[in-house]
Design a protein around this ligand. Structure first.
Ligand code: CP
Length: 326
């Protein structure tokens, strides 16, 4: 759906960040390296650098969010940008204003960047085609399609724990069918050269043709977890499910829930990830979610640094520019 023609400028630099699909390994590594530099900003006494001073960013969340919206806001503030949080439920959109008119209204306020979450796949891409050339668009999750900053913060977390992607076996477990996170993860893992990506789910929650993405499909959780380095759990996206795809949450937990016993099948140092929000007792047991193998809260923290990196890069700035601006 998303070509590089729209994501990159004529010099091959990131202009919009809409999908991990089709981006080069060096560009993804650049995002991770920049995020590594920005991570230290959060450890300073004054958690701020003046890299995007004078820029105005609008958070346009047409769907609920806790982690993504707030970490984009914090990332913008740490870069010294001004950020608007549009409350969609009280905005003119809820009074029938079209998306195009809302965008033009925000453009008239001289915004430089739109961070967009939308229930429709392709919404961020569409917006990127509609806005003035100086505006960058970052996809904060569109329908079932993509959630690229989530994927990159997950890659950052994996790299911090495991360093070399080429030696890793990664299992993604759960509702792959409705998951924009899973798609973005698979593209990023492929590009970063991971040894093997497995998806583990009931047949009803696996998209048709997923094998074409180079993943190995498992329906048996124990077989799929055998020897993996990273276990990524996914939430059942009930808000996107039409019809009865599962017998019951209890039965789902029995077959696909991550318990301490199941985790023992993975490598002894395997890490457990989840993009959140987590549903305890549905896809993950509390004994795992709260264990020292879980990096779920680290993922949230890393989201700030990774979003700082992406925001800076789409505005043509890098951590190397911090010296000039301070
Ligand atoms: N992982 C994620 O997108 O969480 P939120 O819906 O809370 O933003």
């Amino acid at each position: 759906m998303t070509g590089n023609i729209i994501q990159l400028d004529k010099n091959g630099n990131l202009k919009h960040f809409l999908s991990t699909e089709g981006l080069s390994q060096s560009l993804l590594q650049n995002i991770l390296d920049h995020a590594e530099s920005f991570a230290s900003v959060g450890e300073r006494h004054v958690k701020k650098v003046p890299l995007l001073r004078g820029k105005t960013i609008a958070n346009l969340f047409f769907e609920p969010s806790t982690r993504t919206r707030t970490t984009f806001e914090l990332a913008a503030k740490r870069l010294s940008a001004d950020i608007l949080n549009l409350n969609i439920s009280t905005s003119a959109t809820s009074k029938g204003e079209t998306l195009g008119d809302t965008l033009r209204t925000l453009e008239a306020m001289h915004c430089d960047m739109f961070v967009v979450r939308h229930a429709n796949s392709g919404a961020a891409h569409y917006i990127a085609t509609q806005v003035s050339p100086h505006i960058s668009v970052i996809n904060a999750g569109d329908g079932r399609h993509a959630h690229p900053t989530q994927a990159m913060l997950d890659m950052f977390t994996i790299r911090r724990h495991k360093q070399d992607f080429t030696k890793l076996k990664v299992a993604i477990v759960g509702d792959i069918l409705h998951s924009r996170v899973a798609r973005s993860e698979i593209h990023a893992l492929n590009t970063l050269g991971v040894l093997e990506t497995r998806i583990i789910a009931p047949q009803t929650l696996i998209p048709k043709g997923v094998e074409e993405l180079g993943v190995h499909v498992y329906h048996d959780m124990d077989a799929g977890l055998d020897g993996v380095d990273v276990v990524m759990m996914l939430r059942l996206q009930k808000e996107r499910m039409q019809g009865a795809l599962l017998p019951s949450e209890q039965e789902y937990f029995q077959r696909y829930g991550l318990t301490s016993e199941r985790l023992a099948i993975a490598k002894p140092d395997a890490i457990v990830m989840h993009p959140g929000p987590i549903n305890r007792g549905v896809e993950i047991d509390s004994s795992v979610a709260d264990s020292d193998r879980s990096v779920i809260l680290q993922q949230v923290s890393h989201g700030i640094a990774v979003r700082m990196a992406v925001m800076a890069m789409t505005m043509g700035r890098s951590p190397d520019d911090i010296g000039e601006t301070e």
